[in-house]
Design a protein around this ligand. Structure first.
Ligand SMILES: [Zn+2]
Length: 304
C-alpha cells in the first residue's frame, strides 16, 4: 500500500493569504526555494492511497487539488492515453470547504465516484451545492460507508463534531467521520482523522491495530484561537482537540503502540510547524511525526 500526503495544512494552508504570523511569514520567504526546502509551506490537507497498480483513492478534495495533482507523477494521466486519470474515487471525512472545494476541479473527468455519509451528501446537494453544480458537468455516483473500491475497504466512524458552519444545527450523526482504510491484498490499515473533537473509547477501538495513524494537528493549544470571537472559538473547539495539555492528543498518542503516527491538518498558527520550536521537539520526542506535503509512505504486506 502506498500513501501520498498531498497537503498537510488546515483550512487556508500556510501561508494563509491574509496572515502575517511568524509561520506564514517564513512560508512566504520560501517562495523561491526548491520544493524540497519549503519546510514552512503546507497546502490544505488531503491524502491519496493506492493498494495496487495505479488506482488511487483521494481522501478529501482540497482547494489546492490542481497544484497537488500537478506536483505528483503518480497522479498524472496514464502514459499512452491523451485523457484519463488514475483517480478511482474521492472519500470525504466531512463537508467542510477545505475538504470538498477541490471536487469542483474534477469536473473535466468522465465520471466521479464520491464516498460520503448521508448528512455530507445532503449538504453537498443543498446548503453547499457542489454536487449539484458538478452534476452539470459529469455524472456523480455516490457510495456510502463502508465502501469497497480499488482493492480497498473504507470504513467510517462518526465523530461528535460540529456540522459545517453553513449547515443547519443538527443532532444527526455523520457530519464528521474518521476513516479506516484497509488494503485487501496487503492487509495494511490506515486511519485518517483530520478533525478529531476528542479521544473517545470508540475512536481508540477504531484505531487499534492500524499500521499508520493520521490525527488532527490543527492547534497546539486553545490560545491560538484568542483572536477569534467566542462563538467561533467554541465551534472550532467542538471539532478540533488541541495537541498539547494533559487531555490533548499528544499525551494519548505518545503511549499508543502504533508504528507510524502523524499530525496532519496543521493550522498556520500552530508552533509545531517550526521544526526548531519546543512544541515540535515535544512531538518528535513523543514518537509522533509531522506530516508534510509530498510525503510518501509505503506499507508493505504483513508477513503471512
Ligand atoms: Zn499565519
Amino acid at each position: 500500500m502506498r500513501l501520498l500526503v498531498l497537503g498537510s495544512g488546515a483550512g487556508g494552508g500556510v501561508p494563509q493569504w491574509n496572515c502575517r504570523c511568524p509561520n506564514c511569514t517564513r512560508a512566504r520567504e520560501e517562495r523561491d526555494l526548491p520544493p524540497s526546502r519549503k519546510s514552512f509551506r503546507h497546502t490544505q490537507a488531503s491524502i491519496a492511497i493506492a493498494e495496487r497498480g495505479e488506482r488511487w483513492l483521494l481522501v478529501n478534495a482540497s482547494p489546492d487539488l490542481c497544484s497537488q495533482f500537478a506536483d505528483r507523477a503518480e497522479l498524472a494521466p496514464p502514459e499512452g492515453s491523451l485523457r484519463g486519470s488514475p483517480l478511482a474515487a474521492v472519500a470525504l471525512t466531512d463537508g467542510q470547504i477545505d475538504h470538498t472545494t477541490g471536487l469542483l476541479f474534477l469536473r473535466e473527468g468522465g465520471e466521479l465516484t464520491l464516498v460520503c455519509t448521508d448528512p455530507v451528501w445532503k449538504s453537498l446537494g443543498s446548503t453547499f451545492p457542489i454536487v449539484s453544480i458538478l452534476g452539470h458537468f459529469l455524472p456523480v455516483r455516490r457510495l456510502a460507508y463502508p465502501a469497497e473500491l480499488a482493492s480497498l475497504i473504507v470504513e467510517a466512524l462518526p465523530l461528535p463534531a460540529a456540522p459545517a458552519p453553513y449547515d443547519p444545527p443538527s443532532n444527526e450523526s455523520g457530519h464528521v467521520v474518521a476513516l479506516r482504510i484497509t488494503g485487501k491484498k496487503s492487509g495494511r490499515r490506515v486511519v485518517y482523522a483530520p478533525g478529531l473533537p476528542g479521544v473517545s473509547r470508540e475512536f481508540a477501538d477504531f484505531v487499534a491495530g492500524c499500521d499508520a495513524l493520521f490525527v488532527d494537528g490543527t492547534f497546539w493549544s486553545e490560545e491560538e484561537l484568542a483572536p477569534m470571537n467566542p462563538e467561533r472559538q467554541r465551534s472550532i473547539l467542538r471539532s478540533h482537540l488541541p495537541v498539547s495539555g494533559p487531555g490533548g492528543t499528544l499525551a494519548w498518542l505518545s503511549g499508543l503502540p502504533i508504528r507510524e503516527k502523524f499530525y496532519i491538518h496543521i493550522n498556520n498558527t500552530n508552533p509545531i510547524l517550526d521544526p526548531g520550536s519546543s512544541p515540535a521537539k515535544q512531538v518528535r520526542e513523543a514518537g509522533v511525526q509531522i506530516a508534510y506535503d509530498g510525503m510518501l509512505l509505503r506499507l508493505y504486506p504483513s508477513p503471512s
